[in-house]
Design a protein around this ligand. Structure first.
Ligand code: PEP
Ligand code: MN
Length: 370
């Protein structure tokens, strides 16, 4: 059960102390306090863990300082959607809103290769009216002999150029706790010209110690990719690890499942799960057409498979699109064959917009059905 406290209450308030003292007398119940600092108000919640079946919602709601009590199912306590749950399904980071009702496109480099390509990419993103991008500095690779990213050496110019082109949020994968510190330090040293959404890749979805470390920091939001060979439930529990450590600004990323049933695509596209994850949790949902399809194959209508699946995800309500572009794909050090061309960016965005408008029309049509 979650007790959502009145917005004027914090851990120093007399009502809070009174409430906690009362909760301590309940047999078989332990508590965990979670504080969420928003731009306008701070929200305090108390999680009651243990034998909560014995507690009546009405009794708990009448306790001092409690605005609302929500009974939660055992699953995804923090990020899940529960009955009568009116907790938010969005958050804001560096002036950009991420929610189950918004759509942000993160077009950018799979991996940073050189400064020139970063600048060309960011200028293209800016010229297309976008404020988000992807830039890989730490790349998990199948072969130990493959390029694994420039790491911390590229961060200063990536962040400076982001500032120059008005980029507000960069999705950047980290694979080790040291990367988190390197990013924080580089942001600080360059004067915080941009923001970073920390990406946990599909190979690390169940790296629980990494999840705990990343979840413990609350400065930067997190994009958690679904594990490519585990169940949806297991991936959603991985997201819950982040939230249970304190960071609930989590976007859940669908990127295809590893099975040859999806051939000739690199992975089996799983964007049918966009509405499913929205129903089960309060997280905004990201789709990654690049890593799920993995090639520039097109259908007879001339439209790339990557664009078809993007449209399928967006028309089902996806909230974020993470997509690989490159100024010179044959020269890309990682994933060149699946990169979209820079000249395709405005066209890609127009196509996404068609799907988004169709989604909004579908929602309006449903509402008219009553
Ligand atoms: C990526 O987005 O660069 C990436 C490696 O994705 P995934 O973890 O989904 O393979
Ligand atoms: Mn890649």
């Amino acid at each position: 059960m979650i007790l959502i406290l009145n917005s004027n209450i914090n851990e120093q308030s007399p009502e809070f102390r009174q409430l906690v003292a009362h909760l301590a007398t309940l047999p078989g119940i332990t508590t965990r306090v979670h504080t969420e600092r928003g731009s306008e108000k701070t929200l305090t919640e108390i999680y009651l863990i243990g034998n909560t079946k014995q507690l009546e919602i009405e009794d708990m709601q009448s306790l001092p300082g409690v605005e609302r009590a929500v009974r939660v199912s055992e699953e995804y306590r923090i990020l899940g959607r529960h009955k009568d749950d009116q907790r938010p399904t969005n958050f804001e980071y560096n002036g950009v809103r991420f929610g189950q009702d918004t759509l942000n496109v993160f077009a950018g480099l799979c991996a940073v290769d050189n400064r020139e390509h970063v600048e060309i990419m960011m200028k293209a993103v800016h010229d297309a009216g976008q404020v988000c991008t992807r830039m890989g500095a730490y790349k998990p690779r199948t072969s130990p002999y493959a390029f694994q990213g420039h790491g911390k050496n590229c961060l200063p110019y990536v962040f400076e150029l982001a500032g120059k082109y008005g980029i507000k949020v960069i999705a950047m994968e980290i694979t080790h706790e040291s990367h988190l510190n390197e990013i924080k330090e580089a942001l600080h040293q360059t004067g915080n010209p941009t923001g970073v959404m920390l990406q946990i890749g599909t190979r690390n979805t169940q790296n629980f110690e990494l999840l705990k470390i990343v979840g413990r920091q609350t400065e930067m939001p997190i994009l958690l990719k679904r594990g490519f060979g585990i169940t949806l439930d297991e991936s959603l529990n991985a997201a819950e690890y982040l939230a249970s450590e304190g960071n609930r600004n989590v976007v859940f990323g669908l990127r295809g499942m590893k099975t040859n049933m999806g051939d000739p695509h690199r992975n089996f596209v799983d964007f049918a799960h966009v509405p499913v994850v929205k129903r089960l949790t309060r997280m905004p949902i990201c789709i990654d057409p690049s890593h799920s399809v993995g090639s520039r194959q097109a259908s007879p209508d001339g439209i790339l498979d990557m664009m078809h699946v993007t449209a399928q995800g967006v028309i089902a309500g996806a909230n974020m699109v993470l997509v690989d572009f490159h100024p010179a794909p044959p020269k890309a050090l990682v994933d060149g064959p699946q990169a979209m061309l820079l000249k395709e960016l405005p066209y890609f965005l127009d196509d996404v917009q068609i799907a988004r408008e169709a989604y909004l029309k579908r929602v309006a049509l449903r509402e008219r059905q009553g």
